[in-house]
Design a protein around this ligand. Structure first.
Ligand code: LMR
Length: 403
């Protein structure tokens, strides 16, 4: 007899599974376009020089220790993170209507937000874009949401945001439904709404009394400019929309395993904040009790030291520029090979990912025959490309597209 008898084996988590398959592959020509992590031209992870410098300074700071942080985290970090996403001069900050809670990267921020909305605001229905990041549904289901519904997002034929379908679905959503919106660099499609489309989305969210939950994991990656990438969120705030915003610093600081995140909360009535903070404290206490300090100290130091902040902006530019170069190179090679289909979407899409339009069979072929690893929905991480392998990848795509 075992207490553990009969536990069924769950399907593997695709993004980590595909990454592991890549790591286990011994082929010399293998290419990793799976997990959303930045890689240099040499195909290596990048410790941002500004992060390294901040770490050295922190290691030499004898005033620091390893005492517990408060339950809601390192407040100066959360203030800096909130200002980064809303803008330093956002009236919601000046009016004391916006604050942050330090969480465990983007996922922890989503989870805290979801649990809080479910337990305190009695919200049960959440809408995610179709398609969306692989973890959104799991987080909200596990946090107690009864229904996770899709809203139309991707128009596969025209490779654009299906704004008509999106608006129609949100118009049909029940009052108080939570809507997850990707702040920028939509994962997996790499295609964001235009500013006009964001305005339409904001209108319907307000008219139908839906609750806005932004997820911003790639601030700086869409355009190379952290302010420009927060446009949609700032616009919604300017329209008086109450919201929560899950922020991740995994990608834009390269702090993947430090789990640095922030949940920004914007309210219309600041007298609600004491209740929110006290109940959120209980949610955090029941989950991780209090967050780790190291990564949050790095982000805080960089964001609040003008010279380091500038250096960080330069790092973001360097990463996003390299990605753009790889987009152009991949598209260029496919076009000169005459690969059937159109490839302009590769350079129209933004952020780390391209939704290539390759079907699951073609993806399987890419993996098996050419050792080019990607997700089976056709998502590729452009960071896995470099000047040495991009032509190889284009030829591999050409081969599987021609069948
Ligand atoms: C991705 O989408 O590849 C990343 O956000 C990694 C993850 O946790 O899924």
């Amino acid at each position: 007899m075992s207490f553990f008898a009969g536990i069924p084996e769950a399907a593997p988590i695709e993004v980590f599974h595909m990454n592991n398959l890549y790591l286990q592959d011994t082929s010399a020509n293998k290419v990793n376009l799976t997990i959303g992590a930045y890689r240099t031209e040499e195909g290596k992870p990048w410790v941002l020089p500004v992060v390294h410098n901040a770490e050295v300074a922190l290691a030499n700071d004898e005033s620091l220790n390893h005492e517990y942080l408060p339950v809601l985290g390192f407040d100066a970090f959360s203030k800096a993170a909130t200002a980064l996403v809303l803008g330093e001069d956002n009236p919601a900050i000046a009016e004391g209507r916006a604050f942050g809670i330090q969480c465990l990267s983007g996922t922890g921020s989503l989870r805290l937000g979801a649990e809080f909305l479910h337990s305190q605001c009695k919200m049960d229905v959440v809408y995610v874009s179709k398609p969306t990041w692989g973890n959104h549904k799991l987080v909200f289901k596990t946090a107690g949401f009864k229904e996770v519904r899709d809203y139309t997002y991707w128009d596969a034929t025209n490779r654009r945001v299906d704004i008509e379908g999106l608006i129609k679905d949100l118009e049909a959503a029940p009052e108080r439904a939570v809507v997850i919106l990707h702040g920028c660099a939509h994962n997996p499609t790499g295609m964001d709404p235009t500013q006009e489309q964001w305005k339409q989305i904001c209108e319907v969210v307000k008219a139908k009394k839906l609750f806005t939950f932004f997820d911003i994991a790639y601030q700086g990656f869409a355009s190379g400019d952290a302010d420009a990438d927060a446009w949609a969120i700032r616009y919604f705030v300017s329209q008086g929309v109450e919201m929560v915003v899950a922020q991740s610093f995994a990608k834009n600081f390269g702090l993947y395993n430090e789990r640095v995140g922030n949940l920004t909360i914007v309210v219309n009535d600041k007298s609600t904040i004491a209740g929110i903070k006290s109940q959120a404290s209980l949610c955090v206490r029941a989950n991780w009790s209090n967050p780790p300090a190291h990564g949050a100290r790095i982000v805080h130091k960089v964001l609040t030291t003008p010279a380091l902040r500038q250096e960080w902006f330069d790092c973001i530019k360097a990463m996003s520029s390299r990605i753009k170069e790889m987009r152009a190179a991949l598209k260029g090679h496919l076009e000169s090979l005459g690969t059937p289909g159109t490839w302009t979407h590769i350079t129209q899409q933004i952020g780390m990912f391209s939704y290539t339009g390759l079907n699951p069979d073609q993806c399987d072929q890419l993996i098996q025959k050419h050792k080019v690893y990607l997700l089976r929905d056709g998502r590729i991480n452009l960071c896995g490309l470099n000047t040495k392998n991009v032509e190889y990848v284009a030829k591999a795509i050409d081969d599987v597209v021609r069948g």
